[in-house]
Every structure is written in structure tokens, then in C-alpha cells.
Design a protein around this ligand. Structure first.
Ligand code: ZN
Length: 127
């Protein structure tokens, strides 16, 4: 496990996430993830640290309202959020991480369009 650093486009939102250098990430086909091409690195809360930007974060919710789709109100980028599959953790957008610490990325497809079938236990794994 190492520390990766990430930020939104305008860099007001900055964070650190503890994860392997060889990342396993989820690519979801649900309505919002497919529009944003979001790449999920899902971690427990204690492996995520917001460094700056809490004052510019806004939240968008839809459907069940469980997920909190956090985005920067200045640049619009969703660099991390609280996912429906792991509401006690965070999903970090791998596209917003500093590439310097990433050794490799393995992408796993998730059928989030059919959420109940994709997560029969009602939640997802941490990576
Ligand atoms: Zn921003």
C-alpha cells in the first residue's frame, strides 16, 4: 500500500488515498458513470484523506439518494464521492490521480445499470 495524490481540475479539491501501486478499478455502465467515464477506486474511509476543498464541494443525488455525487463547484470535476455500493467508504476517480505513483491499472467491468444484479449482497468490495 502506498499514498496516491489526487485533485480536481482547478486543484481546489485535493486528497490522498492509500491503495496498491497496481490498481484494480471498477468501470460502471450506469447512467451517471457512463456519462462521466468515471473510473472507481473504492476504499474504506480511513484510507482517504481530504486535504483541501471541502468549501467548494457540492453534492448531487438521484434515484435511491444513497450515493452522494460530490463535485467541485468551480471546475465541475467529480474527483471522489460516496458510492451507493460502499456508502461507508469513498470512490476515488482514478482519472484524477497523479500518474506518477500508478504502476498499472486493471479495469473490471461493473453492470451498474442492473444494480441489484451486480450487487446481490447489496454492496461492493474494497480495492
Ligand atoms: Zn475544481
Amino acid at each position: 500500500m502506498i499514498t496516491h495524490r489526487g485533485a480536481c481540475h482547478c486543484t481546489r479539491v485535493r486528497f490522498e488515498v492509500i491503495a496498491p501501486a497496481a490498481l484494480v478499478v471498477d468501470q460502471c455502465n450506469c447512467s451517471i458513470c457512463s456519462m462521466t467515464a468515471y473510473l472507481h477506486l473504492i476504499v474504506p474511509k480511513d484510507r482517504f484523506k481530504l486535504i483541501s476543498g471541502s468549501e467548494v464541494l457540492r453534492s448531487y443525488s438521484f434515484n435511491t439518494g444513497i450515493a452522494q455525487h460530490l463535485f467541485c463547484s468551480v471546475c465541475g470535476v467529480k474527483s471522489f464521492y460516496v458510492p451507493r455500493s460502499n456508502p461507508d467508504g469513498y470512490s476515488v476517480n482514478v482519472r484524477c490521480l497523479d500518474a506518477a505513483t500508478i504502476e498499472s491499472i486493471e479495469v473490471i467491468g461493473v453492470d451498474g445499470k442492473n444494480w441489484e444484479t451486480a450487487y446481490p449482497g447489496g454492496r461492493g468490495a474494497y480495492r
